[in-house]
Design a protein around this ligand. Sequence first.
Ligand SMILES: Nc1ncnc2c1ncn2[C@@H]1O[C@H](COP(=O)(O)OP(=O)(O)OP(=O)(O)O)[C@@H](O)[C@H]1O
Ligand SMILES: [Mg+2]
Length: 244
Amino acid sequence: MITFMSLVAGYGRAGDILRGVDFSAAEGSITCVVGPNGAGKSTVLKACSGLLRPRSGRVLLGDEEIGGLSPAQILRRGVVQVPQHHGLFPALTVRENVLLGAYVNRRERERNRRRYEEITGVFPLIAERAGDRAASLSGGQRRIVEFARALMLRPKVVLLDEPTLGLDPKACARLADSISTLNREGVTVLMVEQNVRFGLTLADDAVVMEGGRVLHTGPADALLADPDMGRLFFGGAPSRREAS
Ligand SMILES: Nc1ncnc2c1ncn2[C@@H]1O[C@H](COP(=O)(O)OP(=O)(O)OP(=O)(O)O)[C@@H](O)[C@H]1O
Ligand SMILES: [Mg+2]
């Protein structure tokens, strides 16, 4: 569904941050990108949503090249990004925030109203708190609203950057349910997650990045079961093999 081929990208006049990224996220799957701070994970998502223009290489949505298109053009093709830093308008209500997800199609009022009704069916929180200002929500509740907003345009692909950031375990569990629900609706999910265990438990496929490159791709459960995982991601004791 989404394929990155030899993707090179960076910011301003500085050097390349992504130095040839190759991987793909299969249609209907959940793919999780993990790796240390500064590995380029968010940069990959930005290159995919049009916030950053690739310097070379390709970003494909199905067969179509989307690398270098504007964020609005990419949005219209069904790729929506939920940013790493909270993007709700605190003074607007929950309902207004969700409806903003359809801003590019704002003239299609009837269609947007129907879609909003559908979304409140999937996320009861939205209906319960519809008239409350976003500022009055907890961090976990905000994440659900950001999510609901991303669904307004019936996306094919949702890009999630660190969805569990700042959430307690209970809110993480609810968020996992929301991501699974989204995925069952047929949405392809490409996510970046610092909480490696959370991300890999939820995902079908894993991508490990470091220094602007892909180190490893494979099934998420295999990576989770890998004895070296602890050493790689959880700062655990070195494996026995190494210690002896
Ligand atoms: N807007 C920007 N302008 C200049 N450099 C940037 C910008 N955003 C990111 N970078 C640099 O690009 C590199 C990769 O950043 P990126 O945000 O993609 O990493 P990440 O893997 O998402 O890290 P984290 O886990 O901390 O979110 C870093 O060295 C960072 O300093
Ligand atoms: Mg990041």
